[in-house]
Design a protein around this ligand. Structure first.
Ligand code: SF4
Length: 390
């Protein structure tokens, strides 16, 4: 039996810097969903859009000295519910971003939208502002399921929102959830069928989990048994495979050419700047990798002169786990060279845990690619534990 301890890593030496993305957090929602542990806050009255966009651009400006000469490969405006902001505010934000940091030609620019907060004209406005990908938080096409989830929209509004998004954008993602209170396999199947039939080229399917600090945590609903949720997951994967959606990340499925480049950059351990309340970021330098995070409470964030709460160099001992936490979400795996390219550490640093994972049937590898097996995907936590720092 091989002992799965990591080699004590030496110094970080990056030969080239990874792609750089930008994450923008907009922290308000119409109402807080009972399962949500994101940094989202129920809005009360008009949103301080202008002030907030100004603050976002200040955050970006403060990061510029760390990324001189680099270009953005993607922008993701997430939340919260960014579609509560007007197209004019999103236009001011994206113009401000472009004026400070160049975007790669054809850079992917995603905005998250929730049904009930958008109509056709608003989608066209976001498109005119430069957004080229929309992610719609549908969660279910069943009114009873939406009610159980505490969502503010109906199934009909969800369908209308997806249709309006598709009228303005080619690149649309739809978020669905399964393993919902009272959900049967047939109901989960009906949702995924409706999602695929809607015509979107990208679907995300997340299992509902009960997270601390949520209303569901204090008053948990009755969820389907573990085996039934596992059956739902298998059904979703098989059904979408039949419909020519590639399963390219634990929860993400795309038609050819429609993988989310922004999220792929996270999973491939690329860099990203985090601006907005509660946003996180990661920046690489030739000799170190750093992380930053910001104040979560919108009021505190808006009032602060400096919104950073943390800025630290990631210790080389933590990098293998951090890399694997992302890369092992990719069923097709990652190239053997990517570990060294993105962490600045030689692959020999993880030789022992890789061998242990292989012996347990959790990964397969050849000279070019390392990927989790179906067993490794199912027991991802067990696999990841092998890469924890000693
Ligand atoms: S709409 Fe999304 S971000 Fe907002 S509370 Fe619900 S789950 Fe959270």
């Amino acid at each position: 039996m091989i002992q799965a301890t990591l080699e004590r890593p030496g110094a970080v030496k990056l030969a080239a810097l990874p792609p750089l993305a930008l994450y923008v957090h907009i922290p308000w929602c119409v109402r807080k969903c009972p399962y949500c542990d994101f940094n989202s806050h129920e809005r009360s009255g008009a949103l301080p859009e202008k002030e907030y966009v100004g603050k976002l651009l200040e955050d970006l400006e403060s990061l510029l000295p760390s990324v001189w000469g680099r270009r953005l490969t993607s922008v993701f405006i997430g939340g919260g519910t960014p579609s509560l902001f007007s197209p004019e505010s999103i236009d001011a934000l994206l113009s401000g971003v472009r004026a400070r940091l160049p975007l790669e030609p054809g850079a992917e620019i995603t905005l998250e939208a929730n049904p009930g907060t958008v109509e056709a004209g608003r989608f066209r406005g976001f498109r005119d502002a430069g957004v080229n990908r929309i992610s719609v938080g549908v969660q279910s096409f069943d009114d009873a399921m939406l009610k159980a989830l505490g969502r503010v929209h109906s199934a009909e509004e969800a369908k209308r929102a997806v249709a309006s998004a598709l009228a303005a954008f080619d690149n649309v993602n739809l978020d669905l959830m399964y393993g919902l209170p009272g959900q049967s396999l047939a109901l989960a199947r009906a949702d995924i069928e409706a999602g695929a039939a809607s015509g979107v080229p990208h679907l995300s399917a997340y299992q509902l989990t009960i997270e601390p600090n949520t209303a569901f945590y204090s008053k948990p609903p009755q969820l389907p048994e573990h085996d039934l949720s596992a059956d739902m997951q298998g059904m979703i994967e098989d059904f979408l495979d039949e419909k020519q959606f590639q399963h390219y990340e634990t929860s993400a499925f795309a038609r050819p050419g429609h993988r989310c480049r922004h999220n792929l950059n996270y999973w491939e351990f690329g860099d990203y700047l985090g601006i907005g309340a509660g946003a996180h970021g990661k920046i690489s330098f030739p000799d170190r990798i750093t992380r930053h995070s910001r104040m979560k409470q919108p009021r505190e964030y808006l009032a602060a002169r400096d919104t950073l709460t943390e800025e630290k160099v990631v210790s080389p001992a933590e990098l293998p786990f951090e890399f694997m936490l992302n890369a092992l979400r990719l069923p097709y795996g990652f190239s053997a060279g990517l570990f060294q390219e993105r962490t600045g550490l030689p692959l020999s640093t993880i030789a022992r845990p890789l061998q242990a994972a292989e012996e347990k049937g959790l990964i397969e590898r050849d000279l070019k690619v390392i990927h989790p097996t179906p067993k490794g995907q199912r027991f991802l936590n067990e696999l990841l534990e092998l890469f924890l720092p000693a």
